[in-house]
Every structure is written in structure tokens, then in C-alpha cells.
Design a protein around this ligand. Structure first.
Ligand SMILES: C[S@@+](CC[C@H](N)C(=O)[O-])C[C@H]1O[C@@H](n2cnc3c(N)ncnc32)[C@H](O)[C@@H]1O
Length: 211
């Protein structure tokens, strides 16, 4: 279910300086690293991360890639990302809306997107755009929330979509031309406190498909 009033730009501009700490409460390096292992990316790959934020996924890919590009629409998140990755010249960042990525067709061996899709105005189009920049044989690896009913997250975190049914992800992957599609539970949950400080644990899927 979408909320058309949501614009996450203001939210991420405000939290950019604290995102690394906020994020560490939501989901773990172990979840990220399990998704990366499952995708079996060959060493020396050229990899993109869409909705990269401050570069959480890119950190996990540093030893597998010769070139990494993080795309995000938020200049403030990218400012933090650039500072985080100052020692790594192989990592570049581009400010871009996810449905209009400034990249050639067939450019990347893998494209990752962690917790970006539930902010995308049109998730199916966002998936097609990520597939466009993948090389034939390249892998799309999306980690995001399964469907949930935590409506307060729209206001509190600017979430546009309350997760996704896995059958929709399957259909969007197929329609974008991906095959060998595997959608499974990620190794971990998204944990946060609800409006009454109650502990909430949301399930996360990892969806991998090959172009
Ligand atoms: C929940 S954060 C996840 C950041 C990062 N992937 C991580 O795991 O820490 C979502 C990110 O997606 C970006 N984003 C949201 N909507 C976007 C869009 N339409 N195009 C590009 N980036 C977008 C936000 O600026 C934010 O950095």
C-alpha cells in the first residue's frame, strides 16, 4: 500500500548525520553479508548500489569489487558517504533519482539495493532501471521489507510502501527480464521501536535475479 504524500528527501536530509547509528539499530552487517555471499559475485566486479545512503552495502562489497558506484537522490546522505569512503578511490557516488540512473546500459556485474525499494515512487520501474544498467549475466540483489502493517512508519521514516508481497517482486523481476530468480528470507529482521516504544521485528526478503 502506497502513500503518495510521502517524500523521503526531507527525512533523509535531516537524519543523514545520524543514519549510520540509526541504521545499525534496524538491520545488521550479518544480514547484508549473507545476501552478498548468496549472490556469488565474482572477484573484480563492477558493482552499483542504488539508494546507497551512507554506503552501508558498499562497505560489505569492498573486497569483491574493483569499482563501486553508489547512487542516491539525497545530497546530504551522499556527503556522509563521501566522507566515509574518502580512503577508497575505487568508490564513487552519483546523485540521482533511482528511476533515472546516470549510467550506460549493461555497465555493472551486479546491482544492489538495500531498503531503497520501499521509498521508490514506482517500484516496478525502479527495478527495470536497475536491470537496464546490469550486464547480461549480471545479478540484481534487493533486500527489503516483506508486507507489514506498521502504518506509523510512513510518517516516522517516510516509508512510501509498507513492504512488498514476494509474488509482486517475482513478477516485477520476470517482467524486467530477469531469470534464475530466488526470493527468500534474509538472515535477520528489521528491528525498531513502535510509537508506544514496543519492540517491532519486521521480516526482510533477499531477492536475487540474473539478467
Ligand atoms: C532506508 S535508506 C537505506 C540506505 C542504505 N541503502 C542503507 O542500507 O543504509 C533509503 C535510501 O534511499 C534513498 N532514496 C529514497 N528514494 C530515492 C529515490 N527515489 N531515488 C534515489 N534514492 C532514493 C534515500 O535518500 C536513502 O538514502
Amino acid at each position: 500500500m502506497e502513500n503518495e504524500m510521502i517524500n523521503s528527501k526531507a527525512y533523509f536530509a535531516e537524519v543523514a548525520g545520524e543514519w549510520d547509528e540509526i541504521r545499525s539499530g534496524f538491520f545488521t552487517e550479518a544480514m547484508r553479508d549473507a545476501a552478498i555471499r548468496k549472490a556469488t559475485i565474482p572477484p573484480g566486479a563492477i558493482i552499483a548500489d542504488v539508494g546507497t545512503g551512507t554506503g552501508f552495502v558498499l562497505h560489505g562489497l569492498l573486497d569483491r569489487a574493483v569499482q563501486l558506484v553508489g547512487f542516491d537522490e539525497s545530497q546530504q546522505m551522499l556527503d556522509v558517504a563521501r566522507a566515509n569512503f574518502a580512503p577508497y578511490p575505487q568508490v564513487q557516488f552519483r546523485q540521482a533519482e533511482g528511476q533515472h540512473l546516470p549510467a550506460e546500459d549493461n555497465a555493472f556485474d551486479a546491482v544492489f539495493a538495500n531498503m531503497y525499494l520501499h521509498h521508490a515512487p514506482a517500484p516496478e520501474a525502479a527495478i527495470s532501471e536497475m536491470v537496464r544498467i546490469l550486464k547480461p549475466g549480471g545479478k540484481l540483489v534487493i533486500t527489503d521489507l516483506d508486507t507489514h502493517e506498521e502504518t506509523w512508519m510512513r510518517q516516522a521514516m517516510s516509508d512510501r510502501w509498507l513492504g512488498f508481497p514476494r509474488k509482486d517482486i517475482q513478477t516485477w523481476y520476470e517482467d524486467a527480464g530477469l531469470s534464475t530468480i530466488d526470493i527468500d528470507c534474509a538472515k535477520g529482521t528489521c528491528d525498531c521501536s513502535g510509537p508506544d516504544e514496543q519492540a517491532i521485528s519486521l521480516s526482510i526478503f533477499v531477492a536475487i535475479g540474473e539478467k
